[in-house]
Design a protein around this ligand. Structure first.
Ligand SMILES: *Cc1c(COP(=O)(O)O)cnc(C)c1O
Length: 427
């Protein structure tokens, strides 16, 4: 759907029914597909023909929705995974093996930090973490001869730092490796990292893309820009024959546009099986159909709440890149000019005690470990995810005891502000 604008792609990309076919994407509720001859099926197993045989690897419902996400991000191919965790693991493991190395921003989602620093370390993959605010020289110094990719989040969850995508892309490309960007918080409505040099984009579709707190899922999009063959020695998995598929060489057979996703499906989905169910893909697509309508509202509500909090005497500091006082405001102006997202974090004067009273007094905003839902929700890390830590440990981790993260939903912004106002009065 190359000639349409983003809004139209949200509604219609990925699926074009033929004459007399269903208007809505059909849910292919089938584990397997029927073939007339063994030879027909053999062609699929040899990757000589494209088609479906088993839903652990591919399903047409998923592929329609993945194609829509690829169009929204401006990529050439995409796949859905069972969760955002699976998307980031697959994107990294598709090009990293034991002995390899990753350069990652230190300001990333806790689940991804654990995945990289603990679980992938056990697989023999090492990571050097750099501050998203590092200088070009500090970033260059993090690379080793074994580095296979660079990883960061456009807007980090929960720190809300903004990644200088061009700076990270230039460093990655100077070292002959791709930049992988987790674009969960802005979604392609507010930022398209491929336009700034990212090579692979990942998503937790659980968040704004679904947007209704209904279905856990993930997605990986390939820009089709990274030239694997130009760095063939670094990426043997893409540039040398795969014995498990009769010697196919992905980068030769499927080109820059298709090699990464084809290998990821053929090998990792085959072996790990972390596919999104077609039911979830259908629910995800319902969310995508209104993503362009919802994101501006989430962003406007986030900004209104951030501005209110920023002017309140009981609030120590607000983290929201759209505020001119925020350290990431210049990067927001560059990469997210139409707004960032609905997630705001702020620190109350009065620490843990004040935070606990505030949370108890909220009526509209629910206490949840979720973000990016149509319904406003909030979380106090010192009372939940980080509750084993002392006040000193919390400060050192950049999560002060009085910190609260609020994810602004789609309600009326004045109702949200009134709720926050009365909760602040209770402290
Ligand atoms: C939630 C989240 C993830 C993990 O996604 P799940 O769908 O929960 O597995 C990864 N990255 C970011 C930025 C997230 O917010």
């Amino acid at each position: 759907m190359p000639d349409y604008r983003l809004d139209t792609k949200c509604v219609q990309a990925g699926y074009t029914p033929g004459n007399g076919e269903p208007r809505q994407i059909p849910i292919y509720q089938s584990t397997t597909w029927k073939y007339a001859t063994s030879e027909d099926m053999a062609k699929l197993f040899d990757l000589e023909a494209s088609g479906y045989f088993y839903t652990r690897l591919q399903n047409p419902t998923n592929d329609c929705v993945a194609a829509k996400i690829a169009e929204l991000e401006g990529g050439t191919s995409a796949m859905l995974t069972s969760s955002g965790q699976a998307a980031n693991f697959f994107a990294l493991f598709n090009i990293c093996s034991a002995g390899d190395h990753i350069v990652a921003s230190s300001s990333i989602y806790g689940g991804t930090f654990n995945l990289i620093s603990v679980t992938m370390a056990r697989m023999g993959i090492k990571t050097t973490f750099v501050s998203p605010d590092c200088t070009k020289e500090e970033l260059d110094a993090a690379f080793t001869p074994d580095t296979k990719c660079v990883f960061g989040e456009t807007i980090a969850n929960p720190a809300l730092t903004v990644l200088d995508i061009e700076k990270f892309a230039e460093a990655a490309h100077a070292h002959g490796v791709p930049l992988i960007v987790d674009n969960t918080f802005p979604t392609p409505i507010n930022c398209r990292p491929i336009e700034w040099g990212a090579d692979i984009v990942t998503h937790s579709t659980t968040k704004y893309m679904d947007g209704h707190g209904a279905a856990v899922g993930g997605a990986i999009v390939d820009s089709g820009n990274f030239d694997w063959m130009a760095h063939a020695d670094k990426f043997p998995g893409l540039t040398q024959p795969d014995d498990s598929y009769h010697g196919v060489t992905y980068a030769e057979r499927f080109g820059k546009e298709g090699a990464f996703i084809t290998k990821c499906t053929a090998q990792l989905m085959r072996d790990f099986g972390s596919i999104q169910s077609p039911q979830h893909a259908f629910i995800l697509n319902l969310g995508l159909e209104s993503l362009h309508v919802r994101m501006p509202r989430h962003s406007a509500n986030g900004k209104a709440v951030a501005e209110f909090l920023n002017a309140h005497e009981k609030v120590e500091v607000v983290h929201y890149c759209d505020l001119p006082t925020d350290p990431y405001h210049a990067l927001q102006q560059k990469y997210l000019p139409n707004g960032s997202c609905g997630v705001v974090s702020f620190e109350l004067k009065g620490g843990r005690e004040a935070a606990s009273r505030f949370m108890k007094a909220l009526k509209l905003a629910a206490i949840e470990t979720h973000v990016a839902d149509a319904r406003t929700c909030c979380l106090c890390p010192s009372a939940s995810t980080h509750r084993q830590m002392t006040d000193e440990q919390l400060s050192a981790a950049g999560v002060p005891a009085g910190l609260i993260r609020i994810s602004c939903g789609l309600e009326n912004s004045q109702d949200l502000i009134d709720d926050i106002k009365q909760a602040l009065e209770s402290i």
